[in-house]
Design a protein around this ligand. Structure first.
Ligand code: NAD
Length: 457
């Protein structure tokens, strides 16, 4: 079946309303869960072939989140799908007001390569739970993950309901030329703009899960060891190819040398003495990204790490010291295991610097002083973040996950995902036995007095 035929079949399927049925939604989620469990080894193998990701990390950062979302949606989708009653205002008395979630219909999910399973399947689970059908377009860069997703979904589900379209930019562009009822995109800010433009053509609602440079602020009163350990872990996970990885660290100057030394020690603990041989440390996804990252390593500023191996697309976790905001490494999102560490003197400077830059997807603060932490959280704009840790906010599905400004629009995970794939219809239902005569002309002075009273000014 070619792509045009799939799209037509999906449109017809959405029109039929079949996916709205609650037992259909549940059945599809249960089936997906079973397929993923039965093929778990094949999923591990595919992602290992793509960039040497270990089974442990794949489970922790991909499969566990997917299974959690399936279980949560199975448990809650009946409640989330119910119309919600809200109060009716005096002017509309007597009446009943309620909000009805309604699936958008035919949806498109476009994924990034760095977490190829969860970035496609978590939104897909929300789309299905909310009653939509869907075309999934995984990234061609993690080609083995894309292949296994296509194999599993396309052989086990009716393509009119769920279909994986494999391929590169040309396939995404072809898809985007069609009208969908909702588009969910994860990827870079640059491609996010193209997706938003294409969606605007059909006035399709769009969620953009994008990237950016996520800062990590280390205050001098933090627990040094824990801060260094957690930052090292967050940067080495997925070899730094994580949208919410700490992109750079800002450290109070009085604490700078102590922090650098502890960070170096913790980094080598996280990846072991020889990361090239480590089974737990990943490769860079391809030669293009390897070369891009290699250029960012200014050997004069390397404090730890810095070795590379082009044949293996390997980059050692690298700490850069005495970096300035004007340096090359501070211009674009790094998206790899290179961590610039910048000293600062005053919190004002740091807040100002972050405020002047594009809004990051994540921000992290390490410290104990509640007043200073709260000041940072309140004065800066970012997607989400953590205090005294990194990355972990996205593992709590009660927290909406998404960016702001150039790091994205819209959010998902848990109920937020269900809401993301639903339109909320507002209904005010009135009985016929009572009608307020004053709303009809002729408009007399006394009527204005009453209407002012009723409408509240
Ligand atoms: P990307 O934007 O290059 O690709 C994303 C998707 O867009 C892929 O499926 C790709 O095939 C498609 N695409 C690429 N070029 C295209 C074009 N010219 N026209 C149409 N489609 C095109 O992003 P990536 O390299 O896969 O991922 C890295 C970026 O994604 C980073 O910026 C990272 O921060 C961000 N990211 C964000 C999140 C999040 O949840 N906010 C998660 C992961 C990655």
């Amino acid at each position: 079946m070619n792509l045009n035929e799939v799209i037509q079949k999906q449109r017809d399927f959405a029109f039929s309303g079949k996916a709205k049925d609650l037992s259909f939604r549940r059945g599809a989620l249960k089936k997906l869960k079973q397929i993923l469990l039965e093929n778990e080894q094949a999923l591990y193998q595919a992602i290992h072939q793509d960039f040497k990701k270990s089974q442990f990390e794949t489970y922790m950062t991909e499969l566990s989140l997917i299974h959690h979302e399936i279980n949560l949606n199975l448990k809650k989708l009946k409640r989330w799908s119910r119309p919600q009653r809200v109060w009716t205002n005096l002017a509309n008395f007597p009446g009943r007001s309620f909000i009805m979630p309604q699936p958008y219909g035919h949806t498109l999910i476009i994924g990034a390569w760095n977490y190829p399973f969860q970035l496609t399947l978590v939104p897909l689970i929300s789309a299905v739970a909310a009653g939509n059908n869907c075309i999934l377009k995984p990234s061609e860069l993690s080609s083995n993950a894309s292949k296994i997703l296509a194999q599993l979904i396309n052989t086990h589900f009716d393509p009119a309901f769920l279909y994986v379209a494999e391929g590169g930019a040309e396939v995404t562009q072809e898809l985007l030329s069609h009208k969908f009822d909702k588009i969910f995109f994860t990827g870079s800010t640059a491609i996010g703009k193209l997706v938003a433009k294409a969606a605007a053509e059909h006035l399709t609602p769009v969620t953009l899960e994008l990237g950016g440079k996520s800062p990590c602020i280390v205050l001098a009163d933090c627990d040094l060891k824990i801060a260094a350990q957690r930052i090292a872990w967050g940067k080495c996970l997925n070899a730094g190819q994580t949208c919410v990885a700490p992109d750079y660290v800002l450290v109070e100057r009085s604490f700078y040398e102590a922090f650098l030394s502890e960070l170096k020690a913790q980094m080598s603990k996280v990846v072991g003495p020889n990361p090239l041989q480590s089974e737990s440390y990943l490769r860079i996804i391809n030669a293009r990204h390897f070369q891009r990252l290699e250029k960012l390593i200014d050997q004069d500023k390397v404090y730890a790490g810095g070795t590379t191996n082009a044949a293996e697309n390997f980059i050692e976790p690298t700490i850069l010291r005495d970096i300035k905001f004007s340096d090359e490494v501070m211009k674009e999102e790094i998206f790899g295991p290179i961590l610039p560490v910048i000293p600062f003197d005053r919190l004002d400077e740091v807040i100002m610097e972050i405020k002047q830059r594009p809004h990051p997807l994540a921000l992290y603060v390490f410290g104990k002083n509640e007043k200073r932490i709260s000041r940072i959280l309140q004065e800066t704009s970012f997607g989400g973040g953590a205090v005294n840790d990194v990355l972990i906010h996205l593992s709590n599905s009660r927290l909406p996950f998404g960016g702001v400004g150039t790091s994205g629009m819209g959010a998902y995970h848990g109920e937020h995902g269900f809401k993301n794939f639903s339109h909320y219809k507002s209904i005010l239902s009135r009985p016929s036995w009572f009608e307020l005569p004053i709303k009809y002309a002729p408009y007399k002075g006394w009527k204005l007095k009453i209407i002012r009273l009723l409408l509240g000014s």
